[in-house]
Write a protein that binds this ligand. Structure first.
Ligand code: ADP
Length: 631
């Protein structure tokens, strides 16, 4: 029979598995058992609505056999099985979840071996670390013909009919010969196998059975032993979230998390919750230590696994976590839910809503605790998921600000550290009534803004907003602890004394014609021109009026779909009335309007650049500057 080739990616991964230098080869067993358990889950699910499933709930099992002489290890399940197509598709191509990470890491040869292999999700192929030939015989539920998939590694695989009368799969591994460095025979040893099941698969909810040999005293004898063979269930079947918290080690949580939620790193935080009374449930939640590769894309699906008294009824129940906590992984197990509840019913289920509310509260309080007592980890968390919290504030118009506003943080002008709004307010200067912020692409750029310099000069702290969503979120919040947010590049900061205000007002009034002239020289994109007395060293700056700041304009216009309907901030050119430039402009207005026109353009272009905006007509600017240089 002709061999079929593996898909390219799969082939690479296979090669790595076959030649693996990875030391944790033992994880292959966990992977195969986990597949078997998933397959049983699937058939069990089906049995809830499909009466043709004949397997009874108590009949499900995963069975291991080991034959030392023949070097054969088998893992058998009576789950859903695979059709011919499924054998080809599932085992001929590596699973999607794994494949992406594989691609990402494949560039980096050194990392390759450590990062991917065995840490998670390479699943079935990991068996090639210990086996030189693998056979999968499978009969799918509802199908009359069984098929056998067989492969000795990277050179391809065959699929042909075989005889098998029970629904499910048998995975047969021909274990590699021992070498000087590797004793593959250990994977045929019953004690070793039992130990591995205990270590990695103890919580699997179906019995994992194996015939094991024991020595026991012969009946009626005091010193004569005989060998008895016993059908032993190797796993305790107690799910990890049903165990006493004190009996579960960090490593066990991490293993469980990696295995179930396809991460290669341990979680940043494990949260357990148990509720009794109005609603009865247990939750085991994980906060990942980094954002999944697709987290900020549309492909990411939030949700927690939902169990009803220990039986999985839904893999990603999105009703259980709000969008702003969509990064949370984990599960909820409740005795209040019926087993065959449908997705549609779930959306309206009161019990489920109550559980979700309580889970949300728990997450918020755990995050808040972490923020206070473990700032280092919280900052790590915030770097990964902070933007999501801020989106949360913005996207539902602040409806959940009570949950979120104390969880967000910003860098600030005071030190290179994150500060919460509460901390900012607590260290506000006497008499300060507003929370100042400035936004831009980076901390460095923001700190160079003319207005920033001036506000810092007055002794105030400024929040530095660098995420696209930041300013939108603050606009939705409007204020914190009754202190309004104020954009130092947009809002009237009211930093001067009455006297200063009065003299500014006079200056502005008496130069109205000058301003009109400058404005007309620049064109209609400029909303206005005026003097300011708040700048320190800079000659001019741009500020904006209305709801949209210059930074928001930039962000909105780069969003997909923004082409053609460009949003415009109402920009105002503010000229430092105490700078020599102010006098120069006044003088030119009196004697040389042509020059004033050119200088206005240069001044405006400079102000745009300093604000991080681009210049519409760089060629014109360049020739203006050359003219200026030539005198
Ligand atoms: P993953 O488990 O991460 O999806 P695997 O490579 O381990 O990746 O398995 C690929 C697919 O093959 C599984 O998603 C499943 O559909 C199928 N599969 C593997 N083992 C079994 C089994 N024992 N019974 C039924 N289907 C299986």
């Amino acid at each position: 029979m002709a061999k079929k080739q593996f898909k390219t990616e799969s082939k690479k991964l296979l090669d790595m598995m076959v030649n693996s230098i990875y030391t944790h080869k033992e994880i292959f067993l966990r992977e195969l058992i986990s597949n078997a358990s998933d397959a049983i889950d699937k058939l069990y699910f089906r049995s809830l609505t499909d009466s043709t499933v004949k397997t009874g709930r108590d009949d499900y099992e995963i069975r291991i056999t080991a034959d030392k002489d023949a070097r054969i290890l088998t893992i058998t399940d009576n789950g859903c099985g695979m059709t011919k197509e499924e054998l080809e598709n599932n085992l001929g191509t590596i699973a999607k979840s794994g494949s992406f990470d594989f691609k990402k890491n494949a560039d980096d040869e050194a990392k390759e071996k450590v990062d991917i292999i065995g840490q998670f999700g390479v699943g079935f192929y990991s068996a090639f670390m210990v086996a030189d030939k693998i056979t999968v015989e499978s009969l799918a539920h509802g199908s009359d013909t069984a098929y056998c998939w067989q492969s000795s590694g990277a050179d391809g695989y065959t699929v042909e009919e075989c005889s098998k009368d029970k629904v499910g799969s048998v995975i047969t591994l021909h274990i590699k010969e021992d070498t000087e460095d590797e004793k593959y025979s250990e994977f045929l040893d019953q004690y070793r196998l039992r130990g591995l099941v205990k270590k990695y698969s103890d919580y699997i909810r179906y019995p994992i059975r194996m015939m094991t040999e024991h020595q026991q005293l012969k009946e009626g004898s005091k010193d004569e032993y005989e060998t008895v063979i016993e059908d032993e269930t190797l796993n305790s079947m107690v799910p990890i979230w049903k165990k006493n918290a004190s009996d579960v080690t960090d490593e066990e949580y991490a293993n469980f998390y990696r295995d179930k939620f396809f991460d290669y790193e341990a979680p940043l935080k494990v949260v357990r919750q148990k509720a009794e009374g109005m609603s009865n449930f247990e939750a085991l939640l994980f906060i990942p230590s980094h954002a999944p590769f697709d987290y900020y894309s549309r492909d990411y699906e939030k949700g927690l696994q939902l169990y009803s008294s220990g039986v999985l009824i839904m893999d990603k129940c999105k009703e259980l976590v709000p969008d702003y906590f969509s990064f949370v992984k984990g599960l909820v197990d409740s005795s209040d839910l019926s087993l065959n509840i449908s997705r549609e019913m779930l959306q309206h289920d009161r019990q489920l809503k109550a559980i979700a509310k309580s889970v949300e509260k728990k997450i918020a309080s755990e995050l808040s605790k972490m923020q206070k007592s473990d700032r280092e980890n919280y900052e790590k968390f915030f770097a990964a998921f902070g933007a999501q919290l801020k989106w949360g504030i913005y996207s539902d118009y602040g409806m959940h600000k009570d949950v979120l506003q104390d969880l967000i943080m910003f860098k600030s002008s005071l030190e290179d550290k994150y500060v919460t709004l509460k901390e900012y307010v607590s260290r506000m200067k006497e008499g300060q009534t507003k929370i100042y912020y400035a936004s831009g692409d980076s901390i460095e750029k923001i700190s160079l803004l003319p207005q920033v310099e001036s506000v810092i000069g007055h002794g105030y702290e400024i929040l530095y907003l660098t995420d696209d969503v930041d300013e939108f979120a603050l606009q939705v919040l409007r204020s914190y602890d009754e202190k309004e947010f104020s954009n130092v590049c947009k809002d009237d900061l009211d930093l001067s004394t009455d006297e200063e205000k009065e003299s500014l007002k006079k200056e502005n009034e008496s130069n109205a014609d000058l301003f009109t002239f400058i404005k007309d020289s620049i064109g209609k994109e400029l909303h206005g021109v005026r003097f300011t007395n708040t700048l320190q060293n800079h000659a001019a700056c741009l500020s904006s009026e209305g709801a949209l700041s210059a930074e928001m304009e930039k962000i909105l216009n780069k969003m997909p779909g923004a082409e053609g309907q460009q949003m415009k901030a109402e920009l105002v050119l503010e000229i430092n009335m105490n700078h020599p430039i102010a006098d120069k402009l006044k003088a030119l207005f009196a004697d040389d309007k042509e020059k004033l026109k050119q200088y206005s353009k240069i001044l405006y272009a400079n102000a745009r650049l300093v604000s991080g905006l681009s210049v519409d007509n760089p060629a014109e600017l360049s020739s203006l500057v050359c003219d200026l240089m030539l005198g």
